[in-house]
Design a protein around this ligand. Sequence first.
Ligand SMILES: [Zn+2]
Ligand SMILES: [Zn+2]
Length: 320
Amino acid sequence: MIQECERCRELLSERMPRFDSVRKVRGGVPLLRDHIVDQGELLFPRAFELLFNPHQWTADTIPNFPVLSHDQTRMCFTFHVVNAPLPFAAACVRITCDQCGLSHRPVVLNAMLIVLASHLTAAGLGTGLNPRRLSEFFRALHSDAGSINEFAAPDSVPRAEIFAGALWLAFHEFGHIVGNSLVGPEQVEGPESSRVTIAGELNADLAAFRVLHHRTIANRPMLDNFPVLLCGVEIILRTIAAMSGFDGRPRLLRETKSQVILTHPSPWQRWSVIRAYAAIDFKLGSGDRSFYLNHRKRLLGNFNRAINTMRLAEHFDAAN
Ligand SMILES: [Zn+2]
Ligand SMILES: [Zn+2]
């Protein structure tokens, strides 16, 4: 474990409350955090151990571990789950100690993203809230004072997939540090000035994906978890797409295709890159592609329809 100094603690206790107030964080959700970590350990053995111990991040100690060689042993990752209004999904705070030089990377994930992902997936599976309630719920999650307790929790939710997707998002920051440059700026669409940034984000996504994928095949035969990871990433990106509109209207993943954000790839771009690499992984023998396709169809086949009916319900409300 890396030792932090007195000044580290001071900096963290100054910076984190500022982050919380900007994001309107209403508190931590340690129980969900523990669930995600436990589930992560089952799906991707030792993934967190790697995240928290940077001296282990080398391809020398772990065969085929898809990371660059580097010197990042003075880096300290922590993982937090909080309750905040959407559209905040996840972020990483970067603090470097001016005394001991330790770099702190608290990764913060919004529990409400998981809640929304669960409800949207449940609606796609034909369970959970009806379209009108779902639309009210969607708005409540975006509100500063929104209370979600009055909405029933969905009962059949693919928890492993959703947690896997959430973990991928959390590992994105790790991907920024250890990832290879697989996607070049000339390969991405977007304004000339932001192509380097967008490619950097896509490479971090890919590295996070490949690190977790590596965990599913490294320790024991866990190839079945590859489709779980892939579906999880798609659920999370579809959920992020849903809340990516500036008008507050839920969006479909494909509708973000032409979306331009100067600092970030669109959810569509992110999914296209992951999907392309997953196709190569399947060709190389990572699991049964037809099993994945069937699994995906069952879980996500009606995701778009759920969003569409929710939008219709909203439209109907507005017209009346
Ligand atoms: Zn320090
Ligand atoms: Zn990033």
